[in-house]
Design a protein around this ligand. Structure first.
Ligand SMILES: Nc1nc2c(c(=O)[nH]1)N[C@H]1C(S)=C(S)[C@@H](COP(=O)(O)OP(=O)(O)OC[C@H]3O[C@@H](n4cnc5c(=O)[nH]c(N)nc54)[C@H](O)[C@@H]3O)O[C@H]1N2
Ligand SMILES: Nc1nc2c(c(=O)[nH]1)N[C@H]1C(S)=C(S)[C@@H](COP(=O)(O)OP(=O)(O)OC[C@H]3O[C@@H](n4cnc5c(=O)[nH]c(N)nc54)[C@H](O)[C@@H]3O)O[C@H]1N2
Ligand code: SF4
Ligand SMILES: [Mo]
Length: 755
């Protein structure tokens, strides 16, 4: 590679997909800044984007496969590592069967081309019922509500931030998180632009976040009561005659059921529960219906809570009833360049189903082929047929990121075998027998297969590897293919991995040429495969090229009428990306419900409302509750080993309102003991009026205290693990999602003031 060069790539660290301009001297990064020519991010980036430099240089990042023998770790060759994995997993399969292998897939998988293409293949290959992922500590409620209403798990309406006049944001802090289930780089800039053009945005959050500070209005809701608040809005829309369906007119099923349920939630009733005055609820409803273009957007705070699926559903009920569904500047559907289940305008489908099977121990529902991660530990601890004895952990740190994590930490230590694909030996991977290291970011290619499903513009941007793999490195996709080969009994050699890769591509190509009305219907599969494999290309690039070319903007492999369409070659010529414009109205073609209608009142949600939400109206208001928060310089659990991101004032503190602090005798900077039904911890107090009285907050992803982790910097800024307090024994009933916000806690000063 030439010395002193500049390369461009999409940042893989969060959902914003910013373009980075990376200056290198040979293979070392000398400078990272925002790529001003990036078609989507236009030069924006956050501190994590530049910290990629520190991540690449981190001496603790694993470079070679690691094998643990007893308490000692050894660097071994890839062949030896795979042989060890083969022995370990095969022994478990032979003795206990395939369900004895658990799989956990963490968040970086969704930001990773290799993960997006091969995770599913690996899962199928393992053939276990026990598949878990970070989705059930995150967005599963939204997949479920969108699936039931519109037909697929990715039929998620996206707030058209760039064109709206009024945005209601619940339980999200995009000034810090940079947006989630809403890919829009530079959310701060986009929200400021919204105000600059005369629009407004309102934030509903128990904390006065950075986003709330910049908003026109902040409503400090009581945690876990968004469903009540949103039903209050629905009630107002109905009772004041403000319902207008707009583009959804004639397409809505179940309106009467919504009317019936909403009657239980007049603003006067819900105001005491959510702590937002009836007049305010009515005003928000009138604004949503009154302005030309409005949208409601809910995220972590509305998903990872007691009524996660109901809240996620009501967000889109309000979008629909206020006439903003599918309207420019409202809540719209994407049509990603790589195609997918909603790309074509068919207008009906098989619909979305949940609970097709249940978890063995607690009978919790399956969703999207997964089981709730809150019950993973039960499946490890509880003896019997199907007990998890081994774990395949891909890019995940569940010991810090999932509820009741102390128990999981102990259960992992008891497994017969564990293999992790990761970049660190951390709280989770320290329990592995084998850690297979993913290579440095710059040695990977990148395309946001997942996130462009949720982008407010149709964008396609491919980043080739910028540096070559080192002699001891293996690409992540090859590792995944070789793991798949292992679990399907094909051995673990490179050649066996290539067989898996060829199989993945041929399955895709075969089904595409057979699909009626498809862009390559009737074409010769071998010919297409050959075109995709030009110049020795294989791996995720081939699959991506195939998806782009057969997608809605593709060249269809030179199909007539599609000349000049997208292909990987076109993206390679456009290092700053290709912009295909803003979202366009897609109703009714985007729908995949069997009825071909928007299911405004899915039976599952009616039942959940009647079974759980209505009774909650009678419940006495509880005491102190815990919520989470995110920090601009953090990324879940795994970027705390980069000094520039952790230095300075400690950030893993317990936010407490001054009223609560004085009532409980808590002093800024001193330790408090926090107890919940699940556990307890000690954290330093930070007194702040930026939190609602009765609510305390701790960030997640900290607690780097285990002695055998290899993260020297993170260990120095250890913090505490908030998931020692979250309770895995309760979940959001429909989606099985964990409840990570609104946790009842007791807080006491550790050193009483009078001591
Ligand atoms: N209390 C509480 N808990 C939460 C949340 C909350 O708000 N509150 N948020 C939840 C959410 S939204 C999420 S998404 C989850 C995240 O949960 P997880 O995905 O389990 O945790 P992460 O911290 O993202 O850990 C990612 C892992 O991937 C590794 N890694 C990083 N880059 C790569 C790579 O390129 N390849 C591979 N193979 N590995 C890599 C890291 O070293 C780390 O071990 O946490 C959840 N937990
Ligand atoms: N800097 C940074 N960026 C990130 C991440 C990170 O760790 N750090 N993680 C990434 C990931 S994996 C994700 S999923 C996204 C998440 O993106 P966001 O959803 O924007 O994330 P949070 O900042 O956790 O915002 C959730 C907000 O919900 C509030 N909240 C808590 N309980 C309730 C409630 O009951 N009701 C309401 N209305 N609000 C409530 C919290 O106070 C918090 O401000 O961020 C991504 N981006
Ligand atoms: S906002 Fe997200 S995508 Fe953009 S630079 Fe920061 S971490 Fe990367
Ligand atoms: Mo997440």
């Amino acid at each position: 590679m030439p010395a002193n060069r500049v390369a461009y790539r999409t940042c893989p660290l969060c959902e914003a997909t910013c373009g980075l301009e990376i200056h290198l001297d040979d293979d070392e990064i000398t400078l990272i800044r925002g790529d001003k020519e990036d078609v989507f991010s236009r030069g924006f980036l956050c501190p994590k984007g530049t910290a990629l430099k520190g991540l690449e240089a981190d001496p603790d990042r694993l470079r070679k496969p690691q094998v643990r023998r007893g308490d000692t770790w050894h660097s071994v060759s890839w062949d030896d590592a795979f042989a060890e994995v083969e022995r370990g997993l095969q022994a478990v399969i032979d003795t206990y069967g395939r369900d004895a292998i658990g799989v956990y897939m963490g968040n970086p998988s969704a930001h990773n081309l290799a993960g997006m293409v091969y995770n599913r293949v690996l899962n199928r290959g393992i053939g276990t019922a026990n598949v878990f992922s970070a989705s059930t500590v995150d967005q599963m409620p939204k997949h479920v509500s969108a699936g039931l209403m519109f037909g697929t798990a990715i039929s998620i309406p996206l707030a058209d931030v760039d064109r709206t006049d009024y945005l209601l944001i619940l339980g999200a802090n995009p000034f810090v998180s940079n947006g989630s289930l809403l890919t829009a780089p530079d959310m701060p800039g986009r929200l400021r632009a919204l105000r600059a053009r005369g629009g407004r945005f309102v934030v509903v959050d128990p904390r006065r976040t950075k986003t709330a500070e910049e908003a026109d209005e902040h409503l400090a809701i009581r945690p876990g009561t968004d469903a009540h608040f949103l039903f209050g809005i629905v009630n107002t829309l109905i009772n004041e005659g403000l319902v207008s369906l707009g583009l959804a007119e004639g397409l809505v099923e179940g309106f009467d059921e919504v009317v019936r349920l909403a009657a239980h939630f007049p603003p006067e009733t819900v105001q005491n529960i959510c702590g937002i005055e009836a007049d305010t609820i009515r005003r928000v409803a009138r604004d949503l219906a009154g302005v030309e273009r409005a949208a409601v957007y809910g995220r972590i705070g509305t998903c990872t809570q007691e009524f996660g699926t109901i809240s996620s559903w009501l967000v889109d009920v309000v979008n629909t009833l206020s006439g903003n569904l599918d309207r420019e500047g409202g809540a719209m559907f994407a049509r990603p360049a790589i195609g997918g289940p909603t790309a074509e305008d068919t207008g009906t489908g098989r619909g979305f189903r949940i609970g097709r099977r249940e978890s063995r121990v607690r009978g919790l529902p399956e969703a999207l082929g997964e089981l709730p991660v809150a019950t993973m530990v039960d499946e490890m601890e509880t003896p019997g047929d199907g007990q998890i004895r081994a774990l395949v952990c891909i890019a995940g740190n569940p010991v810090l990121s999932t509820p009741d994590s102390g128990r999981l930490d102990r259960a992992l230590a008891e497994l017969d075998f564990m293999v992790a694909l990761d970049i660190y030996r951390n709280e989770t991977t320290r329990h592995a027998n084998v850690i297979l290291p993913a290579p440095r970011v710059l040695a990977k290619s990148h395309y946001d297969l997942a996130l462009y499903n949720l982008a407010i513009r149709t964008v396609a941007n491919y980043s080739p590897p910028i540096v070559e793999l080192g002699p001891d490195e293996l690409s992540e996709w090859e590792t995944m293919c070789r793991l798949t080969a292992v679990v399907t009994g094909q051995g673990s050699s490179q050649a066996a991995g290539e067989v898996v890769d060829d199989f993945v591509l041929s399955t895709l190509v075969q089904s595409a040429v057979k699909r009626e009305g498809g862009i390559v219907e009737g074409r010769d599969a071998d010919e297409l495969t050959e075109a995709l494999s030009m110049n020795g290309r294989r791996g995720p690039e081939r699959v991506l090229d195939f998806m782009l070319r057969t997608g809605p903007y593709g060249d269809g492999f030179d199909a007539p009428g599609h000349e000049g369409g997208l292909s990987l070659a076109v993206l390679e010529e456009n290092p700053h990306g290709v912009d295909l414009g803003p979202m366009e109205p897609r109703l009714p073609g985007v729908l995949r419900t069997p009825s071909g209608k928007i299911e405004l009142a899915p039976t599952e949600l009616i039942a959940d409302t009647e079974d759980r939400l209505l009774p909650s109206l009678e419940r006495p208001l509880g005491g102190l509750v815990l919520v989470g928060r995110r920090d601009l310089r953090s990324n879940n659990s795994w970027m705390h080993n980069v000094e520039v991101l952790v230095k300075g004032k400690p950030r893993c503190t317990l936010h407490v309102h001054p009223d609560d602090a004085s009532r409980l005798g808590l002093v800024d900077g001193l330790l408090a003991r926090v107890r919940s039904a699940a556990g307890e911890l000690e954290a330093p107090v930070e007194v702040t009026d930026a939190i609602r009285p009765g609510v305390v907050s701790l960030p997640h992803g900290w607690g780097h205290v285990a002695e055998d982790i290899v993260m020297a910097t993170a260990s120095r800024y250890a913090g505490v693990n908030s998931n020692a307090l979250t309770d895995g024994s309760v979940v959001d009933a429909l989606s099985g999602n964990a409840i990570l916000n609104g946790i009842p806690v007791d807080v006491e000063a550790l050193v009483p003031l009078d001591a």
